[in-house]
Each structure stands twice: as C-alpha cells, then as structure tokens.
Design a protein around this ligand. Structure first.
Ligand code: ZN
Length: 371
C-alpha cells in the first residue's frame, strides 16, 4: 500500500505501468494509469519520507476520483489540483558534491575564493556606494512541458522585483526583525534587471538535482554569457526540491540558479508557503557565496561573524526566541534568508553576509566581471 502526504498531482503523457524512483531526500512515485480507449493519463506523486496519517486521505481520494473519471469519458478535463504544503529543500550542497566529484580542481578554486574573500573584507573592499552601483542583468530560461510550467512574463518580473527588494532592504516585512537582530540588517546594495526571457518547450517532464537543465543537448537551455549575466532556470524541479545554485568557482557552463516554476516569483500559481519569491533570494545568496545559516553541519559555521550559530536547519515558521542547542546557547536567526524557513518567515541578510556577497564582485573577485 502506498501512503501519500504532501503530494501534488500533475497530468503527464499517455502511458502504462507503475514506476518508483527513490531520491536522497524523498520518494517519488510516478504512477501511470492504464489507458481506457484512446484516453489515458499519468500522475506524478511526490511524497515526503516522513508520512503523516492526518494528511493522506485527500490525495488518496483524489487518485480514486481521477481514476474513475478516466474511465467515464474521453472529453473529461482534469483540473490541475492545488499544490499542497511542504518544507523548504535546497540542493546547492548536493550539487556541489557532484561537481566536486567530477572536477577535482573545484575544491581548491573555492578555497582560493575563501582566501580572497577574507582579505577583501579585511581591506574593506566590500563597501558599496552610488558610484559603485552594481546592477546584475538576469536571463530567465523558462523550461516547460505543460502550459502551467510556462510561467508568465509577469511572474518572471515579479521574481526580479523580489530580488531588488530583498537585497536592498526594501522588503515590507523587514519590520518583523526582532530588536536583538535589527542592528545586523543589511542593505546589500546590489540590484537586478531582467534582460531576457528564453522560453523552451521540452520533453523532459521532471528535472532532478543536477545540471541537466543547463544544457540544450539534454533538453534544457544553454547558459547565456555567465561572466556578465545571472542565469535563472525555471523548470519542473522534482525530488521535492525548490531550487539550487552554483557557488562562485564552478564551471561557467553551469553557472546560475535553478528554481521550481511552482515557487518562482510571487504571482501566478505558487506552492504554499513559498509564495513570496524567497527561494530565489536564498539561492541567489548561494550564487553570491553565502552558506546555509547552520553551515551544513550540526552547529557548523556559515563563515559569517554576525549570524548566530544554529543547531541545524529550521523548517516552517519557528517562534521567537528559538535557542540553539550548541555550546553558545544563542538565539538562532531563523528569519535569515539562508535558513530553511517558509517564505513569509525569512526577511533579512546581515552585514556580514553582505560583505561576503560584495567581496566576490570586488576587483580580483570571482564575479568582478559584473562590475
Ligand atoms: Zn540553500
């Protein structure tokens, strides 16, 4: 018996059979229903491994309803069901591990960037003023196999708007930052401009946590001018992932950020609670060399001085104050964009994070071409 939680259903191509795929975080069940006459559908059910009995009934009921409707009429239209809630997951570090395995020189390049970053911050090369304004052109690759995945121009623009707000302290929810952290709030001072949208229909139904979507030869779309443009790919990202980014130091051919079309921007049909475009804010933070707030280890370090230590990632919307279980016993900055909290519960970068991001654009830095 299969139990479903936190699932979404999506119409797919005609076919028969039953297929199970297992991923590192989640289990993906691709169920293809048998055909009835000329009509047949298949559905993808992506489920978390931690199952909750409370939430299984509706998806199961939906399956039986859809199966029975499949038998009734060739003309029956099956509506796209509503997306349901799940937790944030980001594959940046998993993808980095794959890239390091394929390229033994990447680790050293990233170490060199760390050395450069520390020096640039020490020499105060990270200050940004009006004369040194940095505007990053963005190219968005919209990969789609269904019309729902072919997100609108407005949805794409809304994502650029979110980035401009979040990186410049113009986000309305900045007022929610607790007093204990308010002196750390940062105007990163980097702006974004939508330069191009590339739309591409693809036969690839679901993309995984790897770089395939960045290659035309694999059904994706080749990177555009990565030395001068931030490339964003919007696609149907599977494995229950919301997005991932490439850190500075990686290959130009795969440079950029991948975001699920269901959490891209803040307009259109979006997956709750990821409706405020913060997946891109988080991922662009990685693209600018930020680490997760917990340092991807228990009580690890994110290489930033003014972010408190965190035991591990936080899902959902933690109540304040949330203390870490590390030796330092500090209040965790769960509202930082680099945690795993919901879109509505993350609303700040710190000055230390801003320094790290600006360092990579300073003279001699790995993204200094953008100046
Ligand atoms: Zn991340």
């Amino acid at each position: 018996m299969i139990l479903f939680r936190s699932s979404y259903l999506r119409r797919n191509s005609c076919g028969k059979g039953l297929l199970f795929n297992r991923s590192f975080l989640y289990t993906t069940y691709e169920v293809e229903l048998l055909s009835y006459g000329r009509i047949c559908f298949s559905y993808h059910l992506i489920t978390q491994k931690s199952l909750s009995m409370r939430k299984i009934y509706l998806p199961i009921a939906a399956i039986f309803l859809l199966m029975s409707s499949c038998q009734k009429s060739e003309k029956q239209v099956i509506e796209e069901p509503e997306f349901s809630t799940k937790n944030r997951t980001c594959a940046s570090d998993e993808v980095l591990r794959l890239q390091m395995a394929a390229d033994p020189t990447l680790r050293q390049r990233m170490q060199d960037i760390e050395t450069f970053t520390a020096k640039a911050i020490a020499k105060r090369q990270t200050m940004r003023n009006a004369a040194g304004e940095l505007v990053i052109p963005i190219v968005v690759h919209v990969l789609y196999s269904t019309s729902a995945e072919n997100i609108s121009d407005d949805q794409v623009q809304s994502q650029v708007d979110v980035l401009n707000e979040d990186f410049n302290l113009l986000n309305k929810d900045i007022s929610k930052v607790p007093g204990v952290f308010s002196s750390s709030e940062a105007i990163v001072g980097i702006r974004f401009r939508l330069a191009q949208i590339i739309r591409k229909k693809t036969s690839v139904v679901t993309w995984l946590g790897n770089d395939d979507m960045k290659y035309t030869a694999k059904g994706g779309s080749d990177v555009v001018d990565p030395g001068h443009m931030l490339n964003l790919w919007s696609c149907n990202l599977g494995d229950d992932l919301l997005g991932f980014a490439q850190y500075p130091g990686g290959k130009p051919a795969t440079d950029g950020v991948v975001i699920g079309y269901f959490c891209f921007g803040r307009t259109g049909k979006l997956l709750k609670p990821f409706t405020k475009g913060r997946t891109a804010t988080h991922e662009v933070g990685h693209w600018m060399n930020l680490r997760h707030i917990w340092g991807d280890k228990t009580c690890g370090t994110d290489l930033v001085d003014d972010t408190p230590q965190a035991t591990t990632y936080n899902f959902g919307c933690p109540s304040f104050p949330h203390y870490n279980q590390c030796r330092s016993k500090e209040i965790e900055m769960t509202m930082n964009y680099m945690d795993y909290t919901d879109d509505g519960c993350m609303f700040m970068f710190t000055k230390g994070q801003s320094d790290r991001m600006n360092a990579i654009f300073s003279n001699g830095g790995p993204r200094s071409n953008f100046l």
